[in-house]
Design a protein around this ligand. Sequence first.
Ligand code: SF4
Length: 218
Amino acid sequence: MMGDRDFRTIIQSALGSIGKELQLDIDPKNIQTIHLQEVVQCLRRSYFDRIDPVEIERRGFNELLSGLLRKLEYGSEPKEFQIDDIKLKGQTDMMVDDAIMIFRSAQGELENPIANDVLYLNSCLWIYDKTEGIIVYITADKKETTFSLTRNKKMFEEVIRRVRVLNNLLKEQKVPILEPSTECSECQYYEKCFMKKKNSKHVDIGEMLGLGKLGKND
Ligand code: SF4
């Protein structure tokens, strides 16, 4: 806090507004169009984002990078891939000489690309009908790590399966099951899925998993 002004709140609100400008424009009612980002992340999170959304708290400009590049449409317009009566809509960050490129922020240099990003890039290769793609990770101190990928059919079939699952669950208004992963710790629905982030004296595992209260001898 400096003088009477809380600069942290001002920056937080600026990040929030820019983030809103850059985020994907998803029509929650149009369940026949599923966005690629929705199926490479946790399906439960995507479901809540459509049905009962909670705003995400943004931490820095670095994580807005991909949205900014998409918005500027560096050689890539959003494209759709038809799966029966469902459209899978994706957009790459950049296209250079027939190679698809996506950019992501990272906390530090990575040994391997993050699974969600591999699924995203691989799906873009099928949606844009290209064979080679690159993921570029950029850290806050401007270090880059690059991974290349050749398209893989099995991996794309898994994404198609997830598109169908999300479409069905949205149709039936059924909340998808938990998909515990490292994504959870940053997720705005953590408390909805697990528990309050504050330390708690007692956690009933049975209740958390929907099995009812567990007694001492269970
Ligand atoms: S906390 Fe984890 S399981 Fe729950 S919606 Fe978020 S990412 Fe999915």
